[in-house]
Design a binder for this molecule. Structure first.
Ligand code: GDP
Ligand code: MG
Length: 597
């Protein structure tokens, strides 16, 4: 049997309920790092994560905990992201564990993601231990929140553990309870190796590093292994654990979580969800992988400078290894040239990918407006998927267009229910259910994904003063009267600006788009006509008047430094422009459809 002193667990929680803070406390109590190394929130290691205060990638840490019972337990815990865009990373982390801590903010109560992630854990047969965090806050109400856990999620909360990640109250007790309540791993160290790849990333010095959970057998230095999907053979250079520092070991044994480095150069060769086994004594069947993730939102990304096309491809290849949910394929646009069509889990995912490409790979990119996938049935009886509005067939070839519909759960305090319902109606939502529990209301809605993608999160937050939470899953495709709105610049349609919208909104969206374009396109030496059209019909138009004088003429008096500043500002602004015909179109124009007043 595997080492009975091992405990593998994840922490699941709604965003901001305190996962990272509690994780840091665990590291501190178990002395995984010295006081000096204990930088704030060590787990959120990516720059972007720190700045945005969110956790994107799951991370693992192995710690030794000396229990009051005299035993030392080896804890492997895997931090998980809380945002709905990354829920698939949650299920991935959870499948490497025997238990999960469900952390709920005792001042906020149960939120949409606490519910969704907890059900994932229950589906995977994990032992769920409820934890109420932030009990130091005056607004903490452990009685009410325990009741919410029982009534909304449906698990027993009588033995919920009360802690404060901030002050450290209850953290040691939590560790004791966790060791007692979460079962040890089941695997057989003598059986043929089965190690599940739960994460995999490219390191410039080490090559491909894979985070694995060893289910059966052992994986040691110098052994020959292969991913079962490809059967390509590799020699293991190195194995070890994160404490969170990288610490080498001779082998990883059934039940353990750690990293494997096996001289893999090809970043496609060690896919997340694959199973490593040994060449000498291979396992018969691979472990169940993870379900293939279907991206929900697509957008084009084009390098500002055409010379960067190959660099963009390399960067995407590398990002993809860290992020299997990122899809991409080459795309050619008349207006923007060569680039890629990228598929994302949602808008936050898209923003983060764009930011990482620009920061970590130093690329300047133009991103087009995001679009969902539409199903089109043609008059010839074929069904095609449309990932790009520019690809929509002409009207006379379309029998029916179907759009993706999600089923969303919104949880909100009673005083904001009216606002939320109005918002859902505006977004073409259909109410399926409404439940009251104390002051908390749970609403179930069917909503078109395209409307959710647009600005639903932001609007929901603003109409509820930040109190509403939201989670959704794809439900079905449904026929809808949709049309393509094209944008013409000086009479030429710009393919990358086309959008697909509901017929009832097409006039107003067209007008707003044209107006936004007028605001963001800088004045040129000639008039620029901007038009919105459906088929051959112009539905809105506007003009950017020609520039009369040179810009520098504005700096009367010849203040040299001011003149230089103005020119520099113009130059910086140019970085994110794309020449379309003889007009320069800035990045903002391509995302204008997302903006609202
Ligand atoms: P995560 O999104 O679940 O990882 O949440 P974080 O750990 O980043 O915490 C979100 C915010 O809550 C941060 O500002 C923390 O400082 C704060 N926080 C976390 N735990 C506690 C706690 O026990 N008490 C108080 N007062 N604040 C906390
Ligand atoms: Mg966090």
């Amino acid at each position: 049997l595997a080492n009975q002193n091992i405990r593998n667990f994840s922490i699941i929680a709604h965003i901001d309920h305190g996962k990272s803070t509690i994780s840091d406390r665990f590291i501190q109590v178990c002395e995984g790092l010295t006081e000096r190394e204990m930088d704030n929130q060590v787990l959120d290691s990516m720059d972007i994560e720190r700045e945005r205060g969110i956790t994107i990638k799951a991370q693992s840490v192995s710690l030794d905990f000396k229990s009051k019972d005299g035993e030392t337990y080896h804890l492997n815990f895997i931090d998980t992201p809380g945002h709905v865009d990354f829920s698939y990373e949650v299920s991935r982390s959870l499948s490497a564990c025997e238990g999960a801590l469900l952390v709920v903010d005792a001042s906020q109560g149960v939120e949409a993601q606490s519910v969704a992630n907890c059900y994932t854990a229950i589906d995977l047969d994990l032992e769920v231990v409820p934890v109420l965090n932030k009990i130091d806050l005056p607004a903490a109400d452990v009685f009410r929140v325990s009741q919410e856990i029982e009534e909304i999620i449906g698990i027993d909360a009588t033995d919920a553990i009360h802690v404060s990640g901030k002050t450290g109250i209850g953290i040691e007790d939590l560790l004791e309870q966790l060791v007692e309540r979460i079962p040890p791993p089941q695997g057989d160290p003598e059986a043929p190796l089965k190690a599940l790849i739960i994460d995999s990333w490219f390191d410039n010095y080490l090559g491909v590093v894979s985070l694995v959970r060893v289910i059966d057998g052992k994986i040691g230095k110098k052994s020959k292994v292969m991913p079962m999907s490809t059967k390509a053979e590799y020699q293991v250079d190195n194995v070890g654990i994160f404490t969170p520092k990288r610490v080498e070991k001779n082998e990883l044994v059934a039940g353990e979580v750690g990293y494997v480095i096996a001289g893999i150069k090809d970043i496609e060769a060690a896919k997340v969800g694959d199973t490593f086994t040994t060449v000498k004594n291979p396992a018969e069947k691979p472990l169940d992988g993870f379900k293939e993730i279907q991206p929900r939102v697509f957008a084009g990304m084009f390098p500002v400078s055409a010379d960067d096309y190959e660099n963009l491809r390399d960067a995407l290849d590398k990002l993809h290894l860290n992020d299997a949910s990122l899809h991409y394929e080459p795309e050619t646009s008349q207006a923007l040239g060569f680039g890629f069509r990228l598929g994302f889990l949602g808008m936050l995912h898209m923003e983060i990918v764009q930011e990482r490409l620009e920061r970590e790979y130093d690329l300047d990119l133009i991103t087009t407006a995001p679009s969902v996938v539409y199903e089109v049935e043609t008059t010839k009886g074929e069904t095609i998927s449309i990932h790009n509005p520019a690809e929509l067939p002409a009207v006379n070839y379309i029998e029916e267009i179907r759009e993706p519909i999600i089923r969303g759960t919104i949880m909100v305090p009673q005083e904001y229910v009216g606002n939320v319902i109005s918002l859902c109606i505006e977004k073409r939502g259909i109410q399926k259910e409404m439940k009251y529990l104390g002051n908390q209301v749970t609403l179930d809605y069917l909503l078109p994904l395209s409307e959710v993608v647009l600005d639903f999160f932001d609007r929901l937050k603003s109409v509820s003063r930040g109190y509403a939470s939201f989670d959704y899953e794809l439900d079905h495709f449904e026929p809808a009267p949709l049309v393509k709105v094209d944008i013409l610049i000086n009479g030429e349609p710009v393919d990358a600006l086309s959008i697909i919208v509901h017929k009832d909104f097409s006039q107003s969206r067209g007008r707003v788009l044209v107006e936004r374009m007028r605001e963001v396109i800088q004045r040129q030496m000639f008039d620029v006509a901007i038009q919105a059209a459906i088929g051959g019909n112009i539905i809105a138009r506007s003009n950017v008047k020609a520039l009369r004088k040179n810009v520098t003429a504005k700096c009367y008096g010849g203040d040299v430094s001011r003149k230089r500043k103005l020119l520099e500002k113009q130059k910086a602004g140019k970085k994110r422009m794309k020449q379309v015909g003889n007009v320069e179109i800035p990045q903002e124009a391509f995302l204008a459809v997302l903006k609202r007043d």
